[in-house]
Design a protein. Structure first.
Length: 411
């Protein structure tokens, strides 16, 4: 049986405990939604103010050169590369995850002419599926999106598969793919492998180069704590870079942007993945979050995540037995990312009642209570407090109140 005292002992021995002081965390809140929007690092406000007041306010347009604004996508990309097991020159920060996914899917289809299938998991994050559908319709060359169950991915790859597009950690359940095994299965059948790292970058160890992954995208506002709408990143492996053809050919992806030539010549390497000017203020905030992530050894982060997700699942089952919660995440830690999900037919009002009490997770349709576990700032004792409030919300039927029934725009 798990006790509050046991969790307090784990906090006392936690080598990551000092990292919590680097985040602004409101009093009276247990934040279990860092897998959707990370909290603000304390250093972010000062850094953004510096960019706005000094670099923009005083430097004006000179700061593209003097403050290194134009180099930010490469500099920050090189930092992200260290978190995802990639060479520094193969990652850039640009645009949104969805736009980057569109760019890479287009490049993948161009690199596999004669193949027509984009293969993905049924239940992948919807925007990934929508972008694939939209690209196929736009090209109008017979490409199709095929969706199969996660367990059937490897067996579904065939001679007509151009690219396998998967999210490393599933947003809905937290289930995590074996990156190396799936990538090898794709390559064995001549397909390219594209990974979405939105729910794994900064949370679990990733080795893109070691696994042989061809392409990857990821966002900056979840476990990287870059702020709402933070820029995303994209990765392309060395063997694809010399001949890659991106479908969006913006001026900053040109070989000589400031020559203002009348037709497009792609920049060499990953730089061809740019479209427009970098979002300087947002990138400045993102860099603060990435620097914090780099200060925490990912092996230690993963070890604490495994322990905390396991304890949280066990605590919920220990304290909330009989209230209809069903674990929706893999029970085996090696197959689970840094989140724990429970299914319940009244998941939405239950989560709203929890949020009202200061336990912030989120709801994912149709019936998922989703709890993100971020070891950089989450204490073990927070798990106890969160589950105690969940137990009380369920036992008292507090969630039945009318104010918790109305669906809000963001769930």
């Amino acid at each position: 049986m798990i006790t509050r005292k046991q969790l307090a002992v784990l906090d006392a021995d936690d080598v990551l405990a000092p990292m919590r002081e680097r985040f602004h965390l409101p009093d009276g809140v247990v934040y279990l939604d860092g897998n959707s929007l990370g909290p603000m690092p304390k250093a972010t406000a000062a850094r953004v103010a510096e960019v706005v007041r000094r670099e923009w306010g005083e430097g004006l347009i000179r700061s593209w050169n003097d403050a290194g604004w134009m180099d930010m996508p490469f500099r920050i990309g090189a930092k992200i590369a260290r978190l995802i097991g990639a060479p520094a020159g193969n990652v850039i920060v640009a645009d949104s995850t969805s736009v980057n996914l569109f760019k890479l899917l287009g490049a993948a289809l161009a690199a596999r002419p004669g193949r027509h299938v984009i293969l993905s998991e049924r239940g992948n994050f919807p925007t990934d599926l929508y972008m694939a559908e939209g690209l196929a319709a736009l090209l109008d060359r017979g490409h199709t999106l095929r969706q199969v169950a996660a367990a059937d991915i490897a067996g579904a790859i065939d001679e007509d598969t151009a690219v396998v597009m998967l999210t490393h950690v599933n947003y809905h359940t937290g289930a995590m793919f074996d990156m190396a095994a799936i990538t090898a299965a794709a390559h064995a059948r001549g397909a390219l492998m594209l990974w979405d790292l939105a729910h794994s970058a900064g949370a679990v160890p990733i080795d893109l180069a070691g696994s042989g992954a061809d392409m990857a995208v990821g966002c900056g506002y979840k476990f990287l704590n870059g702020g709402p709408g933070a820029p995303a990143f994209l990765y392309v492996a060395d063997h694809l870079l010399p001949a890659i053809r991106f479908p969006l050919t913006g001026w900053l992806g040109h070989a000589a942007p400031f020559a203002f030539e009348g037709s497009y010549r792609p920049a060499p390497g990953i730089a061809a993945g740019f479209v427009g000017s970098p979002a300087v203020i947002s990138m400045s905030a993102l860099e603060v979050g990435i620097d914090i992530a780099l200060d925490a050894p990912i092996a230690g982060v993963r070890a604490k995540s495994v322990r905390q997700t396991t304890l949280f699942a066990e605590l919920v089952e220990q304290e909330c037995r009989g209230h209809g919660l069903v674990l929706a995440s893999p029970r085996e830690a090696a197959r689970r990312g840094s989140q724990v999900c429970f299914a319940h037919p009244e998941a939405y009002p239950i989560m709203q009642a929890l949020i009202d009490r200061g336990v912030i997770g989120d709801f994912r349709a149709p019936d998922i209570l989703r709890f993100g576990i971020t070891p950089l700032y989450l204490r073990y004792i927070d798990l106890w407090e969160a589950v105690a409030i969940l137990r009380d919300v369920l036992a008292s039927d507090e969630w039945r109140q009318e104010r918790f029934q109305t669906r809000r725009k963001v769930t």
